[in-house]
Design a protein around this ligand. Sequence first.
Ligand code: GLY
Length: 354
Amino acid sequence: MMTVNVRASKEYNVEIGDGIISRLGEMTKAVCPKAIKALIVSETNVAALYLDAVKAQLEGAGLEVAAYVFEAGEKSKNINEIAGMWNKMAEAGFTRTDIVVGLGGGVTTDMAGFAAATFLRGIDVIQVPTSLLAMVDASVGGKTGIDIPMGKNQVGAFWQPSLVLEDTSFLKTLPDDVFTEGMGEVTKYAFIMDEKLLDLLEKQNGNIRDDAAVLENVIGMCVADKAEIINEDETDNGRRQILNFGHTAGHVIERDSGFTKPHGICVAKGMGIFMDACVKAGTLSAEDAKRMKDLLAMYKLPASDEITAEDIVKGAMNDKKKRGNTLSVILVNKIGKAEIKKMTAEEFLKFLSV
Ligand code: GLY
């Protein structure tokens, strides 16, 4: 078992381990001692597998438990489902010391966090991520929210959890393609800030899934990397933006596919596109680019897409990462070191078109 401590506006632990769901009740009572009621927020696929175990843990700790289960998928990430959660808590007489428990992937942890951030102007949330992507990224750092017709994650709040409990045994039931998607975010940490992680992933030669100790170690390294960034820049005005490596182009590819292409896969494509651009601009060595692209291939991730430079720029200029007339573009010109570069649309197009 591994503990990563996050020291943002709120301090909390991310507990990572094989089978640690058995400690959810005890840990919940420790961080939210005044809670009497808990709302488990989950989706249909995950609830069928793990809702009973999570409910039993919370009830075993003396909590009254209600559940809100929505249809699995990004299309559920909307205000109607959040209103359903608010109503469920209001009907059950939740007070400000009661809690929400998010059980699922990134859609679930984002929505559970947003329901908690807004109900009674904010109650505690405990995140229990069940996908690799949610374990290494979405559940840590307090970004919560929903989609609106104009775009993904356009409405939300920064709301840090009280505890993140990551039971790596949950990943055994994750479909292979969903695990691979999570590797898009895992490799991102290696490229932007963690060459030791890159060494380990290379050594594992495309398989971190079959050895519980390796899996825990890799997830722990990613979470520790993210915690380091959150501790420095919780609200995404500075260094946190490096976590968007691959996302500027990736989000456009994802949106243009009508959200049929998975997020982590689009991030990998976006990282590859930027690696090519940096090599052509002469700022990244061909050796480093090859090493990073080989790693993507090793973990069955793509490194390119047929999208044009014009479409990336057009899409990115409508993104919420845009500030004023410039865009913060994240570059990796040396393995393990990301930089934030402000570019106008013209500069960005030139960078991608060289
Ligand atoms: N997913 C990127 C971040 O948490 O900032």
